[in-house]
Write a protein that binds this ligand. Structure first.
Ligand SMILES: C=CC1=C(C)c2cc3[nH]c(cc4nc(cc5[nH]c(cc1n2)c(C)c5CCC(=O)O)C(CCC(=O)O)=C4C)c(C)c3C=C
Ligand code: FE2
Ligand code: FE2
Length: 337
């Protein structure tokens, strides 16, 4: 017989405590010294992050966060809190729901404590990343295991790895897109958060990734956890729902950091190519994120819009993410149950 509530730990990436340069600096240091994010030897990582990236990037990054910030705070955190509250209400007393952020607050540690204090019989870890990457989902699971390792009693634990083509989730993204006049756009862009190619190769157990031109564009037994293949899987599922033929859309990757090669094509280069071909109106999905955040609200809706305009294009419209949509909360409830 098992007693106690069932614990649900929702985890998203995190955000600074405020958009001040100091808080952004602290956030970037914690984020980028994670060995799963900047996966180079410890000494080089400390020098690179503490000596170069955090001091130099915190100023420009803080300006972007100031543009993003709302009176209630950072969108990724606000949506996380609303989803956690909605999920708790939907699942009822049999469950205890807690929200943790991988970086900054509320921390995963505080969320786990909340669950353990309620003597939960089990914990389901639900990373808010549809596609698996060691730098996102892997890091969340790593942190949960590091914290649980200190406990005398470790309850049953379930880790959700990915849900990149989960049909009820795809349906909400697609439905959000149907609010736009899809036929009126010259092209549809599925822009995912990028990842260093090096990390794809490290995650590849079958010597498969990046070996041929299209090997990371379809999920198979050989690459079922490949971030690129899963991202393509999300895009294909959306395209199918919306009856988009292959010539109507492009899959690309944004937010590259540093000079090493990341997954290609890069969104900025695709924008350039489309503008040269005469495209004026683009509809963009950002389905690596289940909540709108800096990467969608500022990078796509503001920066890419401005760049595309300079290139001769006109409109970059963003399909809103799942955010705190009650249908999304119901989808999570069904997945964790
Ligand atoms: C979708 C999941 C994510 C993966 C995979 C990921 C990898 C990754 N990110 C960086 C560097 C940065 N990312 C930044 C912001 C950011 N990243 C994600 C998600 C993933 N990152 C989100 C949801 C956000 C936005 C958070 C918010 O507050 O709204 C930033 C900070 C902003 C900036 O200065 O540009 C950096 C830096 C790397 C290096 C990486 C993989 C190696
Ligand atoms: Fe990121
Ligand atoms: Fe791959």
């Amino acid at each position: 017989m098992v007693f106690g509530k069932k614990g649900i730990l929702l985890v998203n990436l995190g955000t600074p405590n405020s958009p001040s340069r100091g808080d952004v600096y602290v956030y970037l240091r914690q984020f980028l010294t994670d060995p799963r994010v900047i996966d180079i030897p410890w000494v080089q990582r400390q020098v690179l992050v503490n000596g170069i990236i955090a001091p130099f990037r915190s100023g420009s990054s803080a300006k972007l966060y100031q543009e993003l910030w709302t009176p209630e705070g950072s969108p990724i955190k606000i949506y996380g809190e609303r989803v956690a509250a909605g999920l708790q209400a939907l699942l009822g007393d049999e469950y205890a729901v807690a929200l943790g952020m991988r970086y900054q607050n509320p921390s995963i540690e505080s969320a786990l404590k909340q669950l353990i204090d309620q003597q939960v019989s089990e914990i389901t870890v639900f990373p808010m990343f549809p596609q698996y990457a060691s730098a996102s989902t892997g890091s969340v699971h790593d942190e949960v295991m590091r914290l649980l390792r200190k406990e005398q009693v470790i309850p049953n634990v379930r880790f959700i790895n990915s849900y990149y083509d989960h049909d009820p989730m795809i349906e909400i993204f697609a439905d959000n897109a149907r609010k736009f006049d899809i036929a009126s756009y010259d092209h549809i862009l599925f822009s995912f958060h990028g990842l260093p190619q090096r990390q794809m190769i490290k995650a590849d157990a079958c010597n498969h990734c990046l070996k041929t031109a299209n090997c990371c564009e379809t999920v198979s037994i050989k690459n079922q956890f490949c971030y690129s293949a899963q991202s393509h899987g999300t895009a294909y599922a959306l395209a199918k729902k919306l009856n988009l033929t292959r010539d109507r859309y492009t899959i690309s990757f944004q937010s590259r950091l540093g000079r090493d090669p990341w997954i290609q094509p890069y969104t900025i280069e695709v924008l350039e190519k489309l503008a040269k071909q005469g495209a004026k109106r683009l509809l963009v999905f950002s389905a690596a994120f289940v909540a709108d955040c800096l990467e969608t609200i500022v990078e796509i809706s503001s920066e890419y819009q401005e760049e595309f305009h300079k290139m001769g294009g006109e409109t970059v419209d963003l399909v809103p993410s799942l955010n705190d949509d009650p249908r999304w909360i119901k989808v999570i409830a069904d997945m964790v149950r």
